[in-house]
Design a protein around this ligand. Sequence first.
Ligand SMILES: [Zn+2]
Ligand SMILES: [Zn+2]
Length: 170
Amino acid sequence: MIYEAAAKARKPLKKRRKKRRDARPRCQRTRCTRPAVVKLDDGGWCKTHARVLADTLAREIVLYRDGYCCQRCGKSREDGAVIQWCHVLSRDARSIRWDPLNSMALCQPDHFFFTVQPARWATFLDERWPGRIEELHRLRNEAARSGTKPDYAEIIASLRSQVSGLVDLR
Ligand SMILES: [Zn+2]
Ligand SMILES: [Zn+2]
C-alpha cells in the first residue's frame, strides 16, 4: 500500500517531465541541443545539422557520379590525389547547393587553381559542359525571385533516395 501511494504521488511529476520533452524534440546529433525543426522519418535535425547531412549525401552522390576522379586532370584516389567536392556556383546559394548539377569532383590542386583563376574556371566549364553554368544561374535566379526557402526535409529525402540508388549499382 505504501509503495502504491508513493508511486501514485510520483506519477504526475514524471508525466509532466515526459510531456515537456516530447513537446520540444531536439536535434538527434550528439550533444546538439537545438530544436529539431527539420523533421524526417527517422527523427529531427536542427537546420545546421540538416545542412551537414545534406552536404554529406550530396558529396557522396557527386563523387560517385564522377568516378572519384578529378574532372580536370582525371587523377583518382588510387593515384594518390585528394579528391574534393567542388561547387560550380558558390555553395552559399542554398537553392542549388545540393543539386548534383552544381558540383563535381576535383583534385585539391585543380580546385585551388580554379578558385584563384575564376576566368579559367568559366572557360573550363563552357568547354566541358556547354550550358551548365547558364542553367545553374537560371535555377538560382528563379529561386531568388520566388523567395522560396529550401525545404531541408524534402532535399534530404531526395538525396537519400539517390544514395540508395547508388548502393544498388555497386
Ligand atoms: Zn543539431
Ligand atoms: Zn585534377
